[in-house]
Design a protein around this ligand. Structure first.
Ligand code: DX5
Ligand code: ZN
Length: 224
């Protein structure tokens, strides 16, 4: 089921989109004290996705208090214009969408030269085969398991097999590229995603709407 790999526990990246922004400092402190591995920050521009979220000032503020890497997911057109700005704001992993990047190889190099890990995100309809040429360059592929733009949406079932296909491509090359999955992740979908080969689970509403977010994060870490 997992391509013969040893079963591994996932990295967990809570999405701050679902946090209480009026208590953002305390939310980050809760994540600092939790089993979370990374903090996932969703940047939306109202163009690539039909929603707006927050931008550089929030990333900078979170960076001041976070003691874990910042995993920044750009859902914006022309991400190449903002790579250095997000590096300066404190991003450790920067992910751009395949669908807005005609010069994907170039922007991936730009992200690495700015000192960050480089990720590429795939919308639900975008096949993993389109990454064939660039895959060796990538630190991470983000498989969207909902259409990007909103938290709290239902998990798209085909994402599990998509992760398995990507796992197979990465393993056949002997690559180290991480697979992150974002959207509708909970204990049940998370378990199936990890079995299919996911390395990093992003979860927003499942964590922040639970009565005990830190415990929920610890539960996701136990998968595998
Ligand atoms: C959606 C964002 C996600 C979002 C996930 O476009 O990329 O990171 O916060 O939210 P949930 O876990 O609620 O589906
Ligand atoms: Zn995201």
């Amino acid at each position: 089921m997992n391509g013969g790999r040893d079963t591994r526990r996932p990295l967990v990246a809570p999405s701050l989109l679902a946090a209480d922004f009026l208590r953002l400092g305390q939310e980050v402190e809760m994540l600092n004290e939790s089993a979370a591995d990374w903090l996932h920050l969703d940047i939306m521009d109202g163009l690539f996705v039909p929603n707006l979220s927050y931008g550089l000032p929030i990333v900078e503020q979170v960076k001041r208090v976070a003691r874990k890497p910042l995993d920044v997911h750009l859902m914006i057109v022309h991400p190449e214009r903002y790579v250095e700005a997000f590096s300066a704001a404190g991003a450790d992993v920067l992910t751009v969408h395949y669908e807005v990047s005609p010069h994907l190889h170039r922007v991936v190099q730009q992200i690495k030269q700015a000192g960050m890990k480089a990720g590429v995100a795939l919308n639900p309809h975008t096949p993993v085969a389109l990454l064939e040429e660039v895959l060796p360059e990538l630190d991470m592929v983000l498989v969207m398991s909902v259409n990007p733009g909103f938290g709290g949406q239902s998990f798209i079932e085909g994402s599990v097999e998509k992760v398995a296909r990507l796992r197979d491509r990465i393993d056949r090359r002997g690559g180290q590229t991480l697979i992150e999955v974002d959207g509708g992740v909970n204990f049940e979908t998370g378990r199936r995603l990890v079995a299919a080969g996911a390395d990093v689970l992003v979860a927003g509403s499942f964590i922040f709407q639970s009565p005990d977010p830190a415990r929920c994060i610890a539960g996701l870490k136990e998968i595998g």
